[in-house]
Design a protein around this ligand. Structure first.
Ligand code: IPM
Ligand code: MG
Length: 578
């Protein structure tokens, strides 16, 4: 599009009100004539008699107005249908600017998109300019200067009249850019936004159909794992049959039950299922019976092995205060109320995996133990990015937790988080806390937090602490993922409570943390946020209606079994399914 800065051109009067876009270009002319060739047909019914001769009563036909580049027109020019072809026809005819008291709205907007400048002046001024054109020497073509830089019109008599125009429209025409061109000037910012937004909401950008069927592996594990997972599995299958969530479901033994059946804590076939699956629904690990397993079969914890080998470095632990459960917490209801935060725990590095590690016997016979809190800048930066992205999709606040006053580890952690913040996330509000203070703040005023990010062991400890906010650790789900975006992502979903061997087999465990973990799976693996919301709302209604397992029951009140809680969730899902 040609820019418009300052133009001096012959001006012709066209003082007829309400010239509409159908008069400017007849629709049938558009069928055979493309843009660029519409000039001969512009205003044709006014310009030409039926026999093709020029009409004498059409002022611009007068010899001195030949080659006019500016029209001086009456009110409501370009009213009627919204075709931008009307502007094309005028431009093809050679018109660069039109001065009139008023324009059809859409015509006015279209003009700027196609390099034509519409100038609005008071009706009396326009009439005065038309008179000047009339009075001009019959042999001399009257000229007008329209200066968009200065926003003035200089009439044939030399009068300089200021006009007003919207700043963004003026800027576009001065540079020869239509709306799309103006938008594309911000391309770098748009691309940066798109990159981050795509990482946070990948499903919006999905171009090709992803395989809809997800491979889900259930590993119930130890302790209360099988009891809670049996209820979760009912919910999973319900979403498959009743809500069309497409999955291949497989279940494998894990932990002590696998040891007893296969002689391995994780046999090869199970490990293959782990690496083949899109997501693992995990119950719990841990049992006194591990002590009896020969060390060569129990070299490492199989849950930690999955976290490490699948590189599940992002662990999301959302903590929301559920009003109906306020009494289940030892914290005061007014402290809990309104809390809605996510703890982002680094899960594939730090003290859990650092080397050197181990117990050695020294020369003097006493034993010595070493564990190492190890992080590279890259490992800190990638979890920081995931946390910043999450904060940006929520309330825009991130609190990073470290121990920088004592540990070098904390110093590097803090510097790296700061660097990521400065480079890409300055729109997110970043704060820092030492881990000891963070533990206190979580129980003093949990409402202050939006997203918290921290090292592996710190996150383990702080998430149990934050569990009191939700009333019971039995309520809290978690998601562990290998990348913030979707492509090829692996994920493992587990309640944050452990195997609770003390209550295993009694049928009293709370299955809601595990059921809500499947909710996170719907959100992050299936990319079905509405299904996730639906499940979370159903669970909330169940507890709000008073259905409680022992851990969340009011003191002395009746409570339901693990299976009865599963029944209640399924009844509520069924009831609210439409
Ligand atoms: C958790 C658990 C695990 C951990 C145990 C079971 C290894 O406490 O997920 O918080 O320490 O990470
Ligand atoms: Mg823990």
């Amino acid at each position: 599009m040609k820019p418009f800065v300052r133009e001096t051109a012959i001006a012709a009067p066209l003082m007829r009100a309400n010239i509409d876009t159908d008069q400017i270009i007849r629709i049938d002319r558009l069928i055979e004539h493309p843009r660029g060739q519409l000039g001969p047909f512009c205003l044709e019914a006014l310009r030409f008699a039926p026999d093709g001769s020029e009409r004498a009563d059409f002022a611009p036909n007068a010899p001195r107005y030949r080659g006019a580049g500016i029209l001086v027109a009456a009110e409501n020019f370009g009213c009627g249908s919204s075709r931008e072809h009307a502007v094309w026809a005028l431009v093809d005819w050679g018109i660069r600017a039109i001065i009139a008291p008023s324009f059809g709205d859409i015509f006015y907007g279209n003009s700027f998109q196609n390099g034509l400048l519409p100038v609005r002046l008071p009706a009396a001024e326009v009439a005065a300019i038309a008179e000047e054109l009339d009075r001009a020497n019959a042999d001399e073509a009257p000229r007008i200067t329209v200066d968009l830089q200065a926003c003035t019109v200089t009439t044939p008599a030399g009068r300089v009249l200021p006009f007003e125009i919207e700043a963004d429209r003026r800027a576009g025409l001065l540079e020869g850019l239509d709306d799309i061109g103006m938008t594309l000037r911000d391309r770098a910012a748009i691309d940066a936004f798109r990159r981050d937004d795509e990482a946070a909401h990948p499903w919006i950008y999905r171009q090709t159909e992803q395989p809809l069927v997800k491979k889900i592996l259930i590993l119930a594990g130890d302790g209360i794992g099988p009891e809670i997972m049996a209820q979760t599995r009912r919910v999973v299958e319900w979403f498959g049959t009743q809500r069309g969530v497409r999955m291949e479901l497989q279940e494998e033994l894990f932990g002590i039950s696998a040891w007893k059946t296969h002689g391995h804590l994780m046999r090869d076939a199970t490990w293959k299922a782990v690496t083949d699956s899109d997501a693992i629904l995990f119950g719990a690990t841990g049992s006194p019976e591990y002590a009896a397993i020969p060390p060569e079969h129990n070299q490492f914890d199989q849950l930690l092995r999955m976290r490490k080998e699948l590189d599940l470095f992002i662990n999301l632990r959302p903590v929301r205060a559920i009003k109906a459960l306020a009494a289940a917490s030892t914290l005061r209801p007014d402290v809990l109320e309104g809390t809605d935060m996510v703890l982002v725990r680094e899960l594939a590095g730090g003290l859990y995996f650092g080397t050197p590690r181990g117990i050695e016997t020294l020369a003097d016979g006493q034993r010595r133990v070493v564990n190492s809190m190890v992080y590279t800048e890259r490992e800190v930066a990638r979890i920081a990015r995931a946390a910043f992205l999450l904060a940006r999709s929520r309330n825009g606040r991130l609190c990073s937790v470290d121990k920088a006053n004592v540990l070098e580890n904390g110093i590097l952690w803090r510097e790296t988080v700061e660097a990521v913040h400065q480079a890409d996330f300055s729109d997110v509000e970043l704060s820092h806390l030492y881990v000891d203070n963070a533990a206190m703040q979580l129980v003093r005023n949990p409402r202050q937090f939006d997203v918290m990010v921290t090292e592996n062991l710190f996150g383990d400890i702080l998430s149990d602490c934050a569990a009191m906010v939700a009333g019971s650790i039995g309520m809290l789900p978690s998601a562990s993922m290998s990348a913030p975006a979707e492509t090829g992502r692996k994920a493992l979903y587990e309640p944050i409570h452990g195997s609770a061997p003390d209550i295993a087999g009694q049928g009293v465990a709370n299955p809601l943390g595990s059921i809500l973990s499947f909710g996170m799976c719907l959100r992050h693996t299936f990319n079905l946020p509405q299904q996730a919301d639906f499940l979370e709302a159903a669970v909330e209604r169940v507890v709000s209606a008073g259905t409680r397992t022992r851990d969340i029951a009011d003191p002395g009140a009746a409570f339901v079994s693990t299976v009865q809680m599963g029944d209640a969730v399924l009844r509520e899902l069924e009831r609210s399914n439409d």
